[in-house]
Design a protein around this ligand. Structure first.
Ligand code: RB5
Length: 150
């Protein structure tokens, strides 16, 4: 699978670890930065990853900031993006089963590398359940069109 990944300075270290994990598991990664722990603004990186997933250039995205909150707010502004902040395993699994989340958001100041690895692998390997949840996603698309005209 092709992933777009991005972080701010607070998510930089975890982003580098996650890039390695993805590659080890046979995935491809487009890394939009940040490239160090020097202070940057998370919306700049959230926008790049979200646009890449929204346009279909990457199948899924991963975003990391300090808490994951800022990146979630940014990512969910974009058409067709269903970004889920998952700092534990249950929401990682449910965000795929019920919400067909296409961007995983993590808090680099909240989760350690071992937990993050479990979250990422669970999120990648859990399919969307469909059925009644499909209708709910269609309703989200209708809201998107009504509110943003897109
Ligand atoms: C940066 O200090 C921090 O505000 C950012 O990484 C993120 O947690 C915002 O939601």
């Amino acid at each position: 699978m092709l992933f777009a990944i991005g972080s701010d300075h607070a998510g930089f270290a975890l982003k580098m670890e996650i890039c390695s994990i993805l590659i080890q598991h046979g995935h491809e990664v487009i890394d939009f930065g940040a490239n160090s722990t020097e202070s940057v603004d998370y919306p700049d990186f959230g926008e790049k990853v979200s646009l890449t997933v929204s346009s279909g250039q990457a199948e899924r995205g991963i975003l990391i900031c300090g808490t994951g909150i800022g990146m979630s707010i940014v990512a969910n502004k974009f058409k067709n993006i269903r970004a889920s902040l998952c700092n534990e395993l249950f929401t990682a699994k449910m965000s795929r089963l019920h919400n067909d989340a296409n961007i995983l958001v993590l808090g680099g100041r909240i989760v350690g590398i071992d937990l993050a690895k479990e979250i990422v692998l669970t999120w990648i390997n859990t399919p969307f359940e469909g059925h009644r949840h499909y209708n709910r996603l269609k309703k989200i698309n209708i809201i998107e069109k009504r509110v943003f005209g897109i």
